[in-house]
Design a protein around this ligand. Structure first.
Ligand code: UN1
Length: 506
Protein backbone atom coordinates (compact mmCIF):
# COMPACT_ATOMS: atom_id res chain seq x y z
CA UNK A 1 0.00 0.00 0.00
CA UNK A 2 1.56 3.24 -1.03
CA UNK A 3 1.03 6.70 0.43
CA UNK A 4 -1.11 7.82 -2.49
CA UNK A 5 -3.48 4.81 -2.30
CA UNK A 6 -4.95 6.30 0.87
CA UNK A 7 -4.26 9.97 0.09
CA UNK A 8 -7.20 12.21 0.87
CA UNK A 9 -6.54 15.83 0.06
CA UNK A 10 -9.54 17.04 2.03
CA UNK A 11 -8.59 15.56 5.38
CA UNK A 12 -6.57 17.67 7.79
CA UNK A 13 -2.86 17.05 7.17
CA UNK A 14 -0.30 16.85 9.96
CA UNK A 15 2.82 18.83 9.18
CA UNK A 16 5.17 17.33 11.74
CA UNK A 17 6.89 13.94 11.66
CA UNK A 18 9.53 12.57 13.99
CA UNK A 19 8.71 8.91 13.78
CA UNK A 20 5.06 9.75 14.49
CA UNK A 21 2.71 12.31 12.91
CA UNK A 22 1.91 14.80 15.62
CA UNK A 23 1.53 18.59 15.44
CA UNK A 24 0.18 21.25 17.78
CA UNK A 25 0.85 24.54 15.99
CA UNK A 26 -1.36 26.80 13.90
CA UNK A 27 -3.68 25.34 11.29
CA UNK A 28 -2.99 26.94 7.92
CA UNK A 29 -4.67 26.64 4.54
CA UNK A 30 -2.83 25.51 1.41
CA UNK A 31 -3.76 27.95 -1.33
CA UNK A 32 -3.21 26.94 -4.94
CA UNK A 33 -1.91 29.67 -7.26
CA UNK A 34 -3.80 27.97 -10.09
CA UNK A 35 -7.11 29.45 -9.00
CA UNK A 36 -6.53 31.05 -5.60
CA UNK A 37 -8.58 28.31 -3.89
CA UNK A 38 -7.72 26.74 -0.53
CA UNK A 39 -7.14 23.09 -1.46
CA UNK A 40 -6.25 21.64 1.94
CA UNK A 41 -5.27 22.53 5.47
CA UNK A 42 -2.21 21.61 7.47
CA UNK A 43 -1.47 21.58 11.19
CA UNK A 44 1.94 23.21 11.50
CA UNK A 45 4.67 22.78 14.09
CA UNK A 46 4.66 24.56 17.44
CA UNK A 47 7.95 25.43 19.02
CA UNK A 48 7.56 22.40 21.37
CA UNK A 49 7.02 20.20 18.30
CA UNK A 50 10.23 21.53 16.83
CA UNK A 51 12.24 20.79 19.98
CA UNK A 52 10.79 17.28 20.06
CA UNK A 53 11.70 16.67 16.42
CA UNK A 54 15.29 17.77 17.01
CA UNK A 55 15.56 15.41 19.99
CA UNK A 56 14.12 12.53 17.93
CA UNK A 57 16.49 13.23 15.04
CA UNK A 58 19.41 13.23 17.45
CA UNK A 59 18.31 9.86 18.87
CA UNK A 60 17.88 8.52 15.35
CA UNK A 61 21.39 9.72 14.50
CA UNK A 62 22.91 7.64 17.32
CA UNK A 63 21.54 4.52 15.60
CA UNK A 64 21.77 5.55 11.95
CA UNK A 65 25.49 6.43 12.13
CA UNK A 66 26.25 2.82 13.05
CA UNK A 67 24.52 1.38 9.99
CA UNK A 68 27.15 0.63 7.29
CA UNK A 69 27.08 3.13 4.46
CA UNK A 70 26.19 0.56 1.75
CA UNK A 71 23.19 -0.47 3.88
CA UNK A 72 22.16 3.17 4.27
CA UNK A 73 22.53 3.51 0.50
CA UNK A 74 20.19 0.54 0.02
CA UNK A 75 17.52 2.51 1.91
CA UNK A 76 18.09 5.44 -0.44
CA UNK A 77 17.84 3.10 -3.43
CA UNK A 78 14.45 1.90 -2.18
CA UNK A 79 13.29 5.47 -1.64
CA UNK A 80 14.19 6.05 -5.30
CA UNK A 81 12.10 3.02 -6.32
CA UNK A 82 9.12 4.38 -4.37
CA UNK A 83 9.56 7.82 -5.91
CA UNK A 84 9.47 6.25 -9.38
CA UNK A 85 6.14 4.67 -8.52
CA UNK A 86 4.79 7.92 -7.07
CA UNK A 87 6.22 10.21 -9.76
CA UNK A 88 2.91 11.24 -11.29
CA UNK A 89 1.23 11.79 -7.92
CA UNK A 90 4.04 13.89 -6.46
CA UNK A 91 4.29 15.92 -9.65
CA UNK A 92 0.57 16.65 -9.48
CA UNK A 93 0.88 17.87 -5.89
CA UNK A 94 3.85 20.11 -6.75
CA UNK A 95 1.89 21.66 -9.60
CA UNK A 96 -1.18 22.13 -7.43
CA UNK A 97 0.73 23.78 -4.60
CA UNK A 98 3.21 26.05 -6.36
CA UNK A 99 1.98 26.19 -9.94
CA UNK A 100 4.84 24.97 -12.14
CA UNK A 101 3.73 23.13 -15.26
CA UNK A 102 3.07 19.43 -14.91
CA UNK A 103 5.93 18.67 -17.31
CA UNK A 104 8.36 20.62 -15.16
CA UNK A 105 7.01 18.99 -12.01
CA UNK A 106 7.70 15.58 -13.53
CA UNK A 107 11.22 16.83 -14.25
CA UNK A 108 11.54 17.83 -10.62
CA UNK A 109 10.54 14.38 -9.39
CA UNK A 110 12.96 12.92 -11.93
CA UNK A 111 15.73 14.92 -10.23
CA UNK A 112 14.77 13.22 -6.98
CA UNK A 113 14.95 9.79 -8.58
CA UNK A 114 18.27 10.60 -10.23
CA UNK A 115 19.87 11.83 -7.05
CA UNK A 116 18.73 8.68 -5.22
CA UNK A 117 20.49 6.62 -7.90
CA UNK A 118 23.57 8.81 -7.61
CA UNK A 119 23.64 8.55 -3.82
CA UNK A 120 23.13 4.78 -3.93
CA UNK A 121 26.46 4.51 -5.73
CA UNK A 122 28.06 6.87 -3.24
CA UNK A 123 27.32 4.35 -0.50
CA UNK A 124 30.44 2.46 -1.60
CA UNK A 125 32.55 5.47 -2.51
CA UNK A 126 32.53 7.93 0.39
CA UNK A 127 36.02 6.90 1.45
CA UNK A 128 39.06 8.85 2.47
CA UNK A 129 42.65 8.97 1.29
CA UNK A 130 45.71 7.18 2.52
CA UNK A 131 48.56 9.67 2.40
CA UNK A 132 52.31 9.18 2.69
CA UNK A 133 53.52 9.69 6.26
CA UNK A 134 56.89 11.35 6.79
CA UNK A 135 57.59 8.88 9.61
CA UNK A 136 58.72 5.29 9.16
CA UNK A 137 56.06 2.62 9.71
CA UNK A 138 53.38 5.25 10.26
CA UNK A 139 50.19 5.43 8.29
CA UNK A 140 48.42 8.72 7.60
CA UNK A 141 44.76 8.30 6.71
CA UNK A 142 41.66 10.34 6.26
CA UNK A 143 38.25 9.12 7.35
CA UNK A 144 34.77 10.47 6.77
CA UNK A 145 32.29 9.97 9.58
CA UNK A 146 28.60 10.85 9.90
CA UNK A 147 28.13 14.43 11.10
CA UNK A 148 24.71 14.55 12.77
CA UNK A 149 21.19 15.71 11.96
CA UNK A 150 20.99 18.13 9.04
CA UNK A 151 18.31 20.81 8.91
CA UNK A 152 17.15 21.18 5.32
CA UNK A 153 15.18 24.37 4.70
CA UNK A 154 13.76 24.48 1.18
CA UNK A 155 12.01 27.04 -1.01
CA UNK A 156 8.72 26.90 -2.91
CA UNK A 157 10.26 26.81 -6.38
CA UNK A 158 11.84 23.36 -6.12
CA UNK A 159 9.74 22.19 -3.22
CA UNK A 160 10.82 18.54 -3.30
CA UNK A 161 13.97 18.25 -5.46
CA UNK A 162 16.13 20.33 -3.13
CA UNK A 163 15.07 18.15 -0.19
CA UNK A 164 16.10 15.08 -2.16
CA UNK A 165 19.53 16.47 -3.13
CA UNK A 166 20.24 16.99 0.54
CA UNK A 167 18.45 13.96 1.91
CA UNK A 168 19.80 11.31 -0.47
CA UNK A 169 23.35 12.43 0.33
CA UNK A 170 22.78 13.04 4.03
CA UNK A 171 21.23 9.60 4.54
CA UNK A 172 24.08 7.80 2.80
CA UNK A 173 26.53 9.89 4.85
CA UNK A 174 24.81 8.76 8.08
CA UNK A 175 22.95 11.97 8.88
CA UNK A 176 19.22 12.17 9.64
CA UNK A 177 17.41 15.08 8.02
CA UNK A 178 14.94 17.53 9.56
CA UNK A 179 13.08 19.12 6.68
CA UNK A 180 11.44 22.51 6.94
CA UNK A 181 9.70 22.86 3.60
CA UNK A 182 8.24 25.99 2.10
CA UNK A 183 4.90 26.94 3.64
CA UNK A 184 3.64 27.17 0.04
CA UNK A 185 4.18 23.45 -0.54
CA UNK A 186 3.52 21.39 2.59
CA UNK A 187 1.48 18.62 0.93
CA UNK A 188 4.27 17.45 -1.34
CA UNK A 189 6.67 17.57 1.61
CA UNK A 190 4.33 15.48 3.74
CA UNK A 191 4.03 12.95 0.89
CA UNK A 192 7.79 12.63 0.35
CA UNK A 193 8.44 12.33 4.08
CA UNK A 194 5.78 9.61 4.39
CA UNK A 195 7.29 7.70 1.48
CA UNK A 196 10.82 7.85 2.89
CA UNK A 197 9.63 7.02 6.41
CA UNK A 198 7.78 3.95 5.16
CA UNK A 199 10.97 2.62 3.56
CA UNK A 200 12.92 3.20 6.79
CA UNK A 201 10.26 1.54 8.93
CA UNK A 202 9.88 -1.58 6.80
CA UNK A 203 13.67 -1.92 6.75
CA UNK A 204 13.81 -1.75 10.56
CA UNK A 205 15.43 1.65 10.95
CA UNK A 206 14.14 4.65 12.97
CA UNK A 207 11.89 6.67 10.71
CA UNK A 208 12.90 9.90 12.49
CA UNK A 209 15.86 9.71 10.08
CA UNK A 210 13.62 11.69 7.73
CA UNK A 211 11.78 14.17 9.95
CA UNK A 212 9.56 17.05 8.98
CA UNK A 213 8.52 20.38 10.49
CA UNK A 214 6.08 22.51 8.54
CA UNK A 215 5.91 26.04 9.88
CA UNK A 216 7.02 29.58 9.33
CA UNK A 217 10.66 30.61 9.46
CA UNK A 218 9.88 33.08 12.22
CA UNK A 219 8.05 30.57 14.40
CA UNK A 220 10.22 27.49 14.09
CA UNK A 221 13.04 28.21 11.64
CA UNK A 222 15.22 29.92 14.24
CA UNK A 223 14.61 27.15 16.77
CA UNK A 224 15.82 24.63 14.24
CA UNK A 225 18.91 26.46 13.05
CA UNK A 226 20.05 27.55 16.53
CA UNK A 227 20.20 24.09 18.07
CA UNK A 228 23.73 22.70 18.58
CA UNK A 229 22.37 19.17 17.97
CA UNK A 230 21.92 20.20 14.34
CA UNK A 231 25.49 20.56 13.03
CA UNK A 232 24.55 21.22 9.41
CA UNK A 233 21.96 23.68 8.12
CA UNK A 234 21.26 23.60 4.40
CA UNK A 235 19.21 26.65 3.47
CA UNK A 236 17.80 27.51 0.04
CA UNK A 237 16.13 30.90 -0.30
CA UNK A 238 16.69 34.62 -0.30
CA UNK A 239 19.95 36.46 0.36
CA UNK A 240 18.63 38.41 3.41
CA UNK A 241 17.34 35.24 5.10
CA UNK A 242 20.50 33.39 4.09
CA UNK A 243 22.57 36.08 5.78
CA UNK A 244 20.51 35.61 8.95
CA UNK A 245 20.83 31.81 8.79
CA UNK A 246 24.56 32.03 8.08
CA UNK A 247 25.18 34.26 11.10
CA UNK A 248 23.19 32.13 13.53
CA UNK A 249 24.75 28.87 12.38
CA UNK A 250 28.29 30.29 12.21
CA UNK A 251 27.92 31.88 15.64
CA UNK A 252 27.61 28.40 17.16
CA UNK A 253 30.21 26.97 14.74
CA UNK A 254 27.66 24.88 12.92
CA UNK A 255 28.05 24.36 9.21
CA UNK A 256 25.88 26.53 6.94
CA UNK A 257 25.29 25.30 3.40
CA UNK A 258 23.71 28.19 1.54
CA UNK A 259 21.98 28.27 -1.85
CA UNK A 260 20.78 31.85 -2.21
CA UNK A 261 19.90 34.20 -5.00
CA UNK A 262 21.03 34.08 -8.58
CA UNK A 263 21.20 36.80 -11.21
CA UNK A 264 22.13 34.63 -14.11
CA UNK A 265 23.23 35.93 -17.48
CA UNK A 266 23.53 34.50 -20.95
CA UNK A 267 26.17 36.13 -23.14
CA UNK A 268 25.50 36.01 -26.88
CA UNK A 269 28.55 36.86 -28.96
CA UNK A 270 28.65 37.60 -32.70
CA UNK A 271 29.86 33.99 -33.15
CA UNK A 272 26.79 32.39 -31.60
CA UNK A 273 24.17 30.12 -33.11
CA UNK A 274 21.31 32.58 -32.58
CA UNK A 275 18.52 30.03 -32.88
CA UNK A 276 20.01 27.88 -30.14
CA UNK A 277 20.69 30.97 -28.03
CA UNK A 278 17.08 32.13 -28.22
CA UNK A 279 15.70 28.67 -27.46
CA UNK A 280 17.90 28.41 -24.37
CA UNK A 281 17.12 31.94 -23.18
CA UNK A 282 13.41 31.34 -23.67
CA UNK A 283 13.43 28.26 -21.44
CA UNK A 284 15.81 29.95 -18.99
CA UNK A 285 13.69 33.11 -18.64
CA UNK A 286 10.15 31.77 -18.95
CA UNK A 287 10.46 28.24 -17.50
CA UNK A 288 9.00 27.85 -13.99
CA UNK A 289 7.55 31.34 -14.62
CA UNK A 290 10.99 32.85 -14.00
CA UNK A 291 11.10 31.45 -10.48
CA UNK A 292 14.21 29.28 -10.59
CA UNK A 293 17.39 30.30 -8.79
CA UNK A 294 18.96 29.53 -12.16
CA UNK A 295 16.46 31.55 -14.22
CA UNK A 296 18.05 33.62 -16.99
CA UNK A 297 17.59 37.20 -15.81
CA UNK A 298 20.10 39.02 -18.01
CA UNK A 299 20.82 38.63 -21.71
CA UNK A 300 24.14 40.27 -22.54
CA UNK A 301 24.10 40.48 -26.29
CA UNK A 302 26.61 41.87 -28.75
CA UNK A 303 25.37 44.99 -30.48
CA UNK A 304 25.84 43.40 -33.94
CA UNK A 305 23.33 40.58 -33.23
CA UNK A 306 20.99 42.39 -30.85
CA UNK A 307 18.27 43.24 -33.36
CA UNK A 308 18.08 39.70 -34.68
CA UNK A 309 18.02 38.24 -31.16
CA UNK A 310 15.24 40.61 -30.12
CA UNK A 311 13.18 39.76 -33.20
CA UNK A 312 13.56 36.03 -32.55
CA UNK A 313 12.78 36.49 -28.85
CA UNK A 314 9.60 38.35 -29.73
CA UNK A 315 8.54 35.46 -31.95
CA UNK A 316 9.30 32.96 -29.20
CA UNK A 317 7.52 34.96 -26.48
CA UNK A 318 4.53 35.29 -28.78
CA UNK A 319 4.14 31.50 -28.68
CA UNK A 320 4.10 31.03 -24.90
CA UNK A 321 0.92 29.40 -23.73
CA UNK A 322 0.01 30.61 -20.24
CA UNK A 323 -2.64 29.03 -18.07
CA UNK A 324 -3.59 26.08 -15.89
CA UNK A 325 -0.28 24.25 -15.34
CA UNK A 326 -2.10 20.90 -15.18
CA UNK A 327 -2.87 21.34 -18.86
CA UNK A 328 -0.05 19.64 -20.83
CA UNK A 329 -0.29 22.33 -23.53
CA UNK A 330 0.84 25.12 -21.21
CA UNK A 331 4.43 26.30 -21.16
CA UNK A 332 3.88 28.67 -18.26
CA UNK A 333 1.71 28.46 -15.16
CA UNK A 334 1.00 31.09 -12.51
CA UNK A 335 3.42 32.79 -10.15
CA UNK A 336 3.46 31.25 -6.70
CA UNK A 337 1.12 33.74 -5.01
CA UNK A 338 -0.43 37.22 -5.11
CA UNK A 339 2.60 38.75 -3.41
CA UNK A 340 4.80 37.49 -6.25
CA UNK A 341 2.49 39.19 -8.75
CA UNK A 342 2.63 42.52 -6.90
CA UNK A 343 6.42 42.23 -6.50
CA UNK A 344 6.71 41.82 -10.25
CA UNK A 345 4.51 44.84 -10.90
CA UNK A 346 6.54 46.95 -8.45
CA UNK A 347 9.75 45.85 -10.18
CA UNK A 348 8.36 46.90 -13.55
CA UNK A 349 7.60 50.37 -12.19
CA UNK A 350 11.10 50.66 -10.70
CA UNK A 351 12.62 49.47 -13.99
CA UNK A 352 10.91 52.30 -15.85
CA UNK A 353 11.85 54.83 -13.16
CA UNK A 354 15.48 53.79 -13.62
CA UNK A 355 15.36 54.22 -17.39
CA UNK A 356 14.54 50.68 -18.53
CA UNK A 357 12.17 50.16 -21.45
CA UNK A 358 9.60 47.38 -21.41
CA UNK A 359 9.71 45.84 -24.89
CA UNK A 360 6.91 43.35 -24.40
CA UNK A 361 5.01 41.45 -21.72
CA UNK A 362 4.58 42.18 -18.03
CA UNK A 363 0.78 42.22 -17.94
CA UNK A 364 -1.38 40.62 -15.26
CA UNK A 365 -3.70 38.02 -16.77
CA UNK A 366 -7.15 37.62 -15.34
CA UNK A 367 -7.54 33.84 -15.52
CA UNK A 368 -9.65 31.64 -13.23
CA UNK A 369 -8.63 33.71 -10.17
CA UNK A 370 -5.00 32.55 -10.35
CA UNK A 371 -1.68 34.39 -10.25
CA UNK A 372 -0.98 34.66 -13.97
CA UNK A 373 1.28 37.18 -15.71
CA UNK A 374 2.89 37.44 -19.12
CA UNK A 375 6.69 37.09 -19.27
CA UNK A 376 8.46 40.33 -19.91
CA UNK A 377 11.50 41.52 -21.85
CA UNK A 378 13.13 44.80 -20.87
CA UNK A 379 15.83 46.83 -22.57
CA UNK A 380 18.23 47.75 -19.80
CA UNK A 381 21.68 49.05 -19.03
CA UNK A 382 24.01 47.37 -16.55
CA UNK A 383 24.14 50.44 -14.30
CA UNK A 384 20.40 50.31 -13.49
CA UNK A 385 20.34 49.37 -9.79
CA UNK A 386 17.46 46.93 -10.18
CA UNK A 387 19.47 44.87 -12.67
CA UNK A 388 21.78 43.92 -9.82
CA UNK A 389 18.84 42.56 -7.80
CA UNK A 390 17.05 39.26 -8.16
CA UNK A 391 13.36 39.79 -8.86
CA UNK A 392 11.77 36.34 -8.67
CA UNK A 393 9.60 36.78 -11.76
CA UNK A 394 9.82 36.27 -15.53
CA UNK A 395 11.58 39.55 -16.32
CA UNK A 396 14.49 39.38 -18.75
CA UNK A 397 16.90 42.30 -19.03
CA UNK A 398 18.47 42.71 -22.45
CA UNK A 399 21.81 44.46 -22.15
CA UNK A 400 23.86 45.38 -25.18
CA UNK A 401 27.66 45.16 -25.22
CA UNK A 402 30.25 46.28 -27.72
CA UNK A 403 33.82 45.10 -28.09
CA UNK A 404 35.17 41.67 -27.14
CA UNK A 405 33.86 38.91 -24.91
CA UNK A 406 35.83 40.23 -21.94
CA UNK A 407 33.51 43.24 -21.90
CA UNK A 408 30.51 40.92 -21.70
CA UNK A 409 32.18 38.82 -19.00
CA UNK A 410 32.79 41.97 -16.94
CA UNK A 411 29.05 42.76 -17.13
CA UNK A 412 28.24 39.13 -16.26
CA UNK A 413 30.40 39.36 -13.13
CA UNK A 414 29.35 42.85 -12.07
CA UNK A 415 26.45 41.76 -9.84
CA UNK A 416 26.53 40.60 -6.22
CA UNK A 417 25.24 37.11 -7.05
CA UNK A 418 27.23 34.25 -8.63
CA UNK A 419 25.09 31.21 -9.34
CA UNK A 420 24.78 30.43 -13.05
CA UNK A 421 26.00 31.82 -16.36
CA UNK A 422 26.28 30.84 -20.00
CA UNK A 423 27.95 31.91 -23.20
CA UNK A 424 26.71 31.24 -26.71
CA UNK A 425 29.63 31.18 -29.10
CA UNK A 426 31.29 28.87 -31.58
CA UNK A 427 34.61 30.61 -31.14
CA UNK A 428 37.04 28.58 -29.04
CA UNK A 429 38.89 31.70 -27.89
CA UNK A 430 35.72 33.31 -26.56
CA UNK A 431 34.70 30.07 -24.86
CA UNK A 432 38.08 29.72 -23.19
CA UNK A 433 37.97 33.33 -21.98
CA UNK A 434 34.55 32.64 -20.45
CA UNK A 435 35.61 29.41 -18.71
CA UNK A 436 39.09 30.54 -17.62
CA UNK A 437 40.21 31.98 -14.31
CA UNK A 438 39.39 35.50 -15.51
CA UNK A 439 36.05 34.39 -16.95
CA UNK A 440 32.65 33.88 -15.37
CA UNK A 441 32.79 34.05 -11.57
CA UNK A 442 29.72 31.83 -11.13
CA UNK A 443 29.40 28.34 -9.67
CA UNK A 444 27.87 27.17 -12.96
CA UNK A 445 29.28 28.29 -16.32
CA UNK A 446 27.81 26.72 -19.45
CA UNK A 447 28.72 26.88 -23.12
CA UNK A 448 25.98 26.78 -25.76
CA UNK A 449 23.37 25.69 -23.25
CA UNK A 450 21.32 27.81 -20.86
CA UNK A 451 21.65 28.86 -17.24
CA UNK A 452 18.95 26.62 -15.82
CA UNK A 453 18.19 22.93 -15.85
CA UNK A 454 21.41 21.67 -14.26
CA UNK A 455 21.95 17.91 -14.04
CA UNK A 456 22.21 16.39 -10.58
CA UNK A 457 25.58 14.75 -11.33
CA UNK A 458 27.50 18.01 -10.95
CA UNK A 459 27.92 20.01 -7.76
CA UNK A 460 25.19 22.67 -7.69
CA UNK A 461 25.67 26.09 -6.12
CA UNK A 462 27.31 29.45 -6.54
CA UNK A 463 29.63 32.12 -5.26
CA UNK A 464 29.38 35.58 -3.70
CA UNK A 465 25.87 36.34 -2.40
CA UNK A 466 24.68 32.98 -3.71
CA UNK A 467 26.30 31.69 -0.55
CA UNK A 468 29.08 29.30 -1.60
CA UNK A 469 27.28 26.03 -0.84
CA UNK A 470 27.39 22.99 -3.11
CA UNK A 471 24.73 20.29 -3.20
CA UNK A 472 23.83 17.22 -5.19
CA UNK A 473 26.55 15.63 -7.37
CA UNK A 474 30.35 15.41 -7.59
CA UNK A 475 31.89 15.50 -4.09
CA UNK A 476 29.14 17.62 -2.50
CA UNK A 477 28.69 14.71 -0.04
CA UNK A 478 31.72 15.94 1.89
CA UNK A 479 29.68 18.76 3.41
CA UNK A 480 27.53 16.14 5.14
CA UNK A 481 30.43 14.39 6.88
CA UNK A 482 33.00 14.92 9.58
CA UNK A 483 36.54 14.57 8.25
CA UNK A 484 39.02 12.90 10.52
CA UNK A 485 42.76 12.71 9.92
CA UNK A 486 44.43 9.80 11.68
CA UNK A 487 47.98 8.54 12.16
CA UNK A 488 48.61 4.91 13.05
CA UNK A 489 52.05 4.16 14.41
CA UNK A 490 53.32 0.62 13.86
CA UNK A 491 57.02 1.44 14.36
CA UNK A 492 57.32 0.44 18.01
CA UNK A 493 58.86 3.84 18.82
CA UNK A 494 57.57 7.34 19.39
CA UNK A 495 58.87 9.46 16.54
CA UNK A 496 57.82 13.08 16.30
CA UNK A 497 56.91 14.82 13.06
CA UNK A 498 59.07 17.65 11.73
CA UNK A 499 62.15 15.81 13.13
CA UNK A 500 61.62 17.18 16.64
CA UNK A 501 63.53 15.34 19.41
CA UNK A 502 61.89 15.20 22.82
CA UNK A 503 63.48 12.05 24.25
CA UNK A 504 62.68 10.86 27.71
CA UNK A 505 63.11 7.59 29.64
CA UNK A 506 59.70 6.26 30.63
C1 UN1 B 1 16.60 26.20 -7.83
O1 UN1 B 1 16.05 26.98 -8.57
O2 UN1 B 1 16.61 26.36 -6.59
O3 UN1 B 1 19.30 23.90 -12.48
C2 UN1 B 1 17.22 24.95 -8.27
C3 UN1 B 1 18.09 23.98 -12.36
C4 UN1 B 1 17.39 22.96 -11.52
C5 UN1 B 1 17.47 23.33 -10.08
C6 UN1 B 1 17.18 24.74 -9.75
N1 UN1 B 1 18.00 21.68 -11.73
O4 UN1 B 1 17.44 24.85 -12.90
Amino acid sequence: MSYFDKFDQKKQHIGVFDGAWQASGKIVPVVSPIDGEAVAEVVTASSEDCHRVIASAHQAFLKWREVPAPERAEVVRQIGVELRAAKENIAALVTLEMGKTIGESRGEVQEMIDVCDFATGLGRQIGGLTLPSERRAHRLIEQWHPLGPAAVVTAFNFPVAVWSWNTALALVCGDPVIWKPSSNAPLSAIACTAIAAEVLTRSGYPSAVTSLVVGSGRDIGDTLISDPRVPLVSYTGSVPTGRHVGKIVQERFGRPLLELGGNNAVIVTPNADLVMAVQAVFFGAVGTSGQRCTTTRRLIVHQSVKDEILARLKTAYGQVSIGDPRDEAMLMGPLVDRKAVSNMQEALTTIQDQGGRILFGGEILDKQGGCYVTPCVVEATPNMRIVAEETFAPILYVIEYQGDVDTAIAINNDVPQGLSSAVFSNDIMEIERFLGATGSDCGLANVNTGTSGAEIGGAFGGEKETGGGRESGSDAWKAYMRRQTSVINASGNITLAQGIRFDVDA
